[in-house]
Design a protein around this ligand. Structure first.
Ligand code: PAF
Length: 280
């Protein structure tokens, strides 16, 4: 597996693949890899001639400097895992490579950028939009792979691709979970064993809410019950909402057959976790 740090080098290599019309799959990551990321690599490997990943902790998508400082950095084991799972090339740039000094461009995603993750992590989607645009321009992938765990992120990237006419197909791969149901996340590395057990409440409450909504129980009742559950577990809840899964407009009462997602964010041991479940 090739490890590349410079954009110019990566562009030369990709030019070569493009001339040969090879299908390029791209899996962007911030490192601290787990089975969820490896699943994206494995799917990409089946569908593409070459699989490129990136490991870059993108500063512009963090609204909290402590969170950025504490984000796990495990480059050596990450590159080993990528190579063992069939990744052909990993791009590991530094900040100077990806950002000019005093960049001022902002991407405003409108309403979807102001709810849930957009509301509680101000500027987060602007940062995601910027880095993904840069990556897509450099890597020029045919297919890019993202995890469903960050479902709002996926929806925002879909909007980016549609509006800015990036010539890339997007794939959203279902969340990989631990046996307990806990969604795999790089942030789980910072949880104690007890914290991981506690965090199963995210999965349990989503499963229960999904079942109840499908049985016709009202959104209001379902959310009320979930909140009680989190209170019992002493988990600080940031949001628990049912949204339209295309627009992320908050749903207060379900229409029959409406495409919906239940989304949750909260803190366990001071670590911010998110999860979601689709209803359809
Ligand atoms: O989901 C992530 O790990 C990041 O948001 C991404 C897509 C790699 C952009 O930095």
């Amino acid at each position: 597996m090739l490890v590349i740090n410079e954009i110019s080098q990566l562009i030369d290599i990709i030019d070569g693949y493009k001339i040969q019309k090879k299908i390029i799959g791209f899996v962007p990551t911030m490192g601290a890899l787990h089975e969820g990321h490896l699943e994206l690599i494995k799917v990409a490997k089946k569908e593409c001639y070459i699989v490129i990943s990136s490991i870059y902790i993108n500063p512009t998508q963090f609204n909290n400097t402590t969170d950025l400082a504490k984000y796990p950095r495990t480059l050596d084991s990450d590159t080993k895992l990528l190579s063992e799972n069939g990744c052909d090339l990993v791009f590991c740039p530094n900040d100077g490579e990806m950002y000019n000094k005093n960049e001022v461009i902002n991407i405003d995603f409108g309403a979807i950028g102001n709810v849930l993750e957009g509301k509680y992590r101000k500027g987060h989607f602007n940062g995601v939009g910027l880095i993904i645009s840069k990556f897509f321009n450099i890597v020029r992938p045919d297919i890019a792979y993202f995890g469903q765990k960050d479902f709002q992120q996926f929806t925002v990237i879909k909007m980016l691709v549609e509006n800015l006419k990036f010539n890339v197909k997007l794939r959203c791969i279902p969340t990989i979970r631990a046996k307990s149901g806990l969604a795999l996340s790089s942030r789980n590395m910072r949880l104690s064993e007890a914290g991981k057990e506690k965090a199963v409440a995210f999965y349990n409450s989503l499963s229960k809410a999904k079942k109840n909504l499908l049985e016709g129980i009202s959104v209001k009742e379902v959310i009320k019950e979930a909140k009680i559950q989190f209170e019992k577990e002493e988990i600080e809840l940031e949001y628990f909402e049912v949204v339209n899964s295309d627009t992320f407009v908050i749903i207060n009462s379900m229409e029959v057959g409406e495409n919906a997602a239940i989304c949750v964010a909260g803190y366990v041991e001071g670590i911010r976790l998110i999860d979601n479940m689709l209803l359809n």
